[in-house]
Design a protein around this ligand. Structure first.
Ligand code: FAD
Length: 553
């Protein structure tokens, strides 16, 4: 042990990032008697005033530390994909719409993990556990956007395929605070949802079941330490394969010149989400610090084959300001799922990254030409949509997702830090899906609206996603994947990946429930700390699912 490190700087596990995978890990490892530290680069949202009031409060909404904006929403543009992701203690749960669908069977039977287990059978109990922990419940409140979806489903002749979503939101008496309703009083006090339709700017009303209200809160009760505003910059094994442990280097997120600090741990969990984990591991491989990482690192990056399109009501007669953010889902066929997303009143930031015209041409000149044509067809509608008062109030975002395959890779940039996207030989994530356009036009008719798409999508012709996945996929051996079926990194001792980068095929629907369930599954394979009180009490390291969690019932 180096002179600089004393016992208080030494942990059984350090977890890098506090999103879904990181939070599950924090609680389960703490329950098993381990000393755990979570290091999170973003802020900790403890009071309602820490959240932005609207998405125009850019300092609190957007993540752009170089401008002093330390918000919870990060927008990253690569050559082939534009990505929305969440930052802060709780990761993407701070901004997510809390919709928790179960994927169809194709998810379990495709991609690099398909032959490693009977995944459907093995994961079913963990999906149930994830539902319980995230407090998923079917939405009973019907908002205006849900009514639009009901009309849409009739138009499509698919009434049987309409469902209310299950969401991780506390639907008690609106605005009324009560004792913890989920964990037999061990969790925090909560308030009933007031249905303001603004989940994705962070819940100021203590109603969304973000991870700081469940997994992380319970982990802290068990002694887990959480350090916010701290960016992990390196993970060095203390010997060839980490059998003697790791030294983790971090710094204040907002100060590049600040002093680097170090802690040691017997094990490391990478949970920085695709953008955090893949970038850090690529950097470590490139610098020869973790040379044994699989050559598959950064490969099989997927979206949900999504299309994110807006439809804005033109005459101010339709408002989408009530309900949860995503209250409905339609499964138009086995592979296609569409959801309405509300933005909530005042949340008009999306207006400046959106253009109220659909242009799906295959290259930039064609898309520019399409803009002229579409504009010429309906110039007044264009201006009405562009200048509408309160864009958030009058706009629905169409979230269109498919189970179809399409992958690319992230590689380390040739110069400097960071990653670039690279296309392989196979199908790439689709930027423009004609059926999504068709649906957007139907919604235009229903709400007397005008459809639009993101400006960067027009410029780059890139896919856009809030569900970036893959990069550290599972495989039988390190030739086939970065991690094994229990999330252990090939080539290194006690090193794991638990986050969206472990997802090894396309779930085709919002992925957080699957990330949580797969993390629960992987965590169930890690034994209790030897000689811990918990191990002595159960007398076993072989945990059945029931013994595993005090919170399962
Ligand atoms: C607007 C929006 C709405 C969404 N709605 C839904 C929805 O309704 N349902 C659904 O299932 N999914 C939804 N998602 C997607 C969901 O948020 C992500 O799939 C999920 O959060 C990914 O979880 P994760 O475990 O991979 O890590 P993340 O949640 O991405 O968390 C990773 C964390 O690690 C931190 N980190 C990264 N690198 C480092 C580092 N080097 N050092 C320290 N910390 C680091 C990050 O700051 C972040 O907080 C939505 C996403 C967005 C952006």
């Amino acid at each position: 042990m180096s002179k600089k490190t004393n016992n208080s700087d030494t942990y059984d596990y350090v977890i890098v990032g506090s999103g879904f995978g990181g939070s599950v890990s924090a609680l389960r490892l703490s329950e098993k008697g381990y000393k755990v530290l979570v290091i999170e680069k973003g802020r900790w949202y403890k009071n309602e005033d820490d959240f932005p009031k609207t998405s125009w409060d850019l300092r609190k909404y957007l993540w752009l530390p170089s401008l002093g904006w330390k918000g919870l929403m990060k927008i990253s543009q690569f050559a082939h994909v534009g990505i929305l992701s969440g930052i802060g203690v709780g990761g993407g749960s701070l901004v997510y719409a809390s919709t928790l669908p179960i994927p169809n069977d194709k998810f379990y039977n495709s991609g690099s993990w398909k032959n490693l287990a009977n995944w459907k059978e093995e994961l079913t109990p963990y999906y149930d556990l994830a539902y319980k922990m995230l407090g998923a419940k079917k939405v009973d409140y019907e908002g205006e956007a849900d009514k639009v979806w009901k009309t849409l489903v009739k138009d499509l002749g698919k009434e049987a395929k309409y469902e209310r979503t299950k969401v991780g939101v506390f639907m008690g008496e609106p605005g009324t605070e009560v004792d913890d309703p989920y964990f037999d009083g061990e969790g925090p006090r909560r308030k009933g949802c007031i249905y303001c339709a603004s989940c994705s700017i962070g819940c100021r009303h203590n109603a969304k079941n973000s991870l700081d209200k469940n997994y992380l809160y319970l982990a802290q009760n068990l002694g887990c330490e959480i350090m916010a505003d701290s960016l992990v910059t390196a993970v060095n094994p203390l010997d060839k394969n980490g059998a003697s442990g790791y030294e983790i280097t971090y710094r204040n997120t907002y100060s590049r010149i600040g002093k680097r600090k170090k802690v040691r741990a017997n094990g490391v969990i990478f949970s920085g989400g695709v953008l955090g984990t893949v970038e850090l591991l690529l950097e470590m491989k490139h610098k020869n610090i973790l040379p044994k990482l699989s050559k598959r690192l950064g490969m099989f990056i997927r979206t949900n084959s999504e299309s994110l399109l807006t439809v804005t009501n033109l005459n101010g007669t339709k408002s989408f300001t009530d309900g949860v953010q995503i209250g409905s889902i339609i499964h138009t066929d086995e592979n296609t799922h569409i959801e309405p997303n509300t933005l909530g009143t005042g949340n008009g930031f999306a207006r400046i990254i959106t253009f109220p015209i659909l242009a799906f041409g295959k290259n930039l000149p064609i898309r520019i030409w399409q803009h002229f044509i579409e504009f010429a067809k309906a110039p007044i509608d264009f201006f009405k949509a562009f200048l509408v008062n309160d864009f958030g109030r009058h706009t629905i975002v169409l979230l269109f997702m498919q189970t179809l395959e399409g992958t690319m890779s992230f590689k380390k940039k040739t110069f400097g830090r960071g990653m670039k996207s690279v296309l392989g030989k196979g199908e790439k994530p689709k930027a423009f899906i004609p059926f999504a356009k068709e649906i957007a036009h139907k919604i235009e008719h229903i709400i007397d609206g005008k459809a639009g798409q993101q400006v960067l999508q027009t410029v780059f012709g890139s896919a856009s996603t809030a569900h970036i996945l893959g990069g550290c996929c599972m495989g039988e051996t390190s030739d086939e994947g970065v991690i094994d079926r229990d999330n252990k990194v090939f080539g290194y001792h006690n090193m794991y990946v638990f986050d969206g980068s472990m997802i090894s095929s396309n779930p085709g629907v919002n992925p957080s429930l699957s990330i949580t369930a797969i993390a629960e599954h992987g965590m169930s394979k890690i034994p209790f700390k030897k000689d811990s009180i918990e191990q002595k009490m159960t007398g076993s390291n072989d945990l059945s699912n029931e013994k595993f969690s005090r919170h399962i019932n």
